[in-house]
Write a protein that binds this ligand. Sequence first.
Ligand SMILES: Cc1ncc(COP(=O)(O)O)c(C=O)c1O
Ligand SMILES: N[C@@H](CCCC[NH3+])C(=O)O
Length: 421
Amino acid sequence: MNHFEYGPEGLACEGAPLAKIAAEVGTPVYVYSRATLERHFTVFRDALVNAGVVDPLVAYAVKANSNVAVLKVLGDLGAGADTVSEGEVRRALAAGIPGGRIVFSGVGKKRDEIAFALKAGVAEINVESEPEMELIAAVAAELGVRAKIAFRVNPDVAAGGHAKIATGKSENKFGVSFAEAARLYANASNNAALEPIGVACHIGSQITDLEPMRAAFTKMRGLVEQLIGEGLSVERLDLGGGLGVPYFNHPEPPPPAAFAAMVAEVTKGLPVKLAFEPGRVIAANAGVMVSEVIHVHERPEGRKFLVIDAAMNDLVRPAMYDAFHDIRPVHPKTGESVYDVVGPVCETGDTFTRDRALPPFGPGDLVAFMSAGAYGSAMASEYNTRPLVPEVLVDGDRYAVIRKRPTYDEMLARDLVPDWV
Ligand SMILES: Cc1ncc(COP(=O)(O)O)c(C=O)c1O
Ligand SMILES: N[C@@H](CCCC[NH3+])C(=O)O
């Protein structure tokens, strides 16, 4: 079921025409489908359960789309939250996700962030290095608590896909080395301030081939067996996120059912609970970014620039990873023209696509960037003093602004000019 379809008023999100939202809220604007978010979460969890995974913790990766309303939609379905900063832990808590379903990952958690997470009673802090383990132990000892930790292990497996979002090779900063994981786990077990409950891995994002995941998970299984064999207590294996989504020009990713079947096969008989940290697969295709055409600038040399009111600060994925987003007219059109689609920011990299055949557009036309619900708004900035892009959540034919566009007064009020300037 696709919740972004053309109706009598053009492309709509569920029952809400995008043109209507754009007229009311202005552009650029992100629009999310609640039904799609719910369906993606349910399909992912049910695939695991149907494959035989008992009571998985599906901790949605907050970084993909961290709006509190989005988190509440998922949390109300039983989602946990995978977080990487105190800010994300706070967002998850604000959405009503209990600490016991929150996983706290990240290579550089600071003392205060660790203390906050411990006080919030997070389910596990994923330890990414030995110095971090020591810091967590010190903070926990000061607070007089035992920190539940899991070791994020770097399995040294190449995930494939874009180098900037691969995390599972030993040259990447993430996780403790596979070779030192058992020693660290044993050390932590002897530390009164630490309670190691498991191990975790996450080898990258937008993964479209199950084999690297199978290789990494198989190594993790071996590690769990080794730890148990050494008499250590292991309750949980966290297999991370990373499952890819269709971006139209990208290899088709395996469906959640195939992923779940592989997981069930690799972990069969292992006496631990499983956790997952999916982000993109839940949020990407639940959202679009709508923008308005400002100009069509045609050079005598032949290039045609479609200048739109969204820029790299609103959706950075094309500039950062050469990512492809399907661009659709909000009102269907016939014919074709070849464009470079660019934003107003003063960077050559502010180019969404080059030489793309699209319907012929003119000023005032609306375009929708598809598959923009993950790592879209969450990565937006105010570069060039452009107001942070607003977000709208649709539910049937009702919708609500779930993040306002800041006013210029609000933006400028954050700058402070000392009286000695
Ligand atoms: C530790 C961790 N977990 C989960 C995710 C979510 O990944 P994805 O959105 O690809 O599912 C990420 C991002 O890659 C991550 O770094
Ligand atoms: N931001 C990346 C994904 C990074 C995942 C975070 N570890 C993207 O848009 O594809």
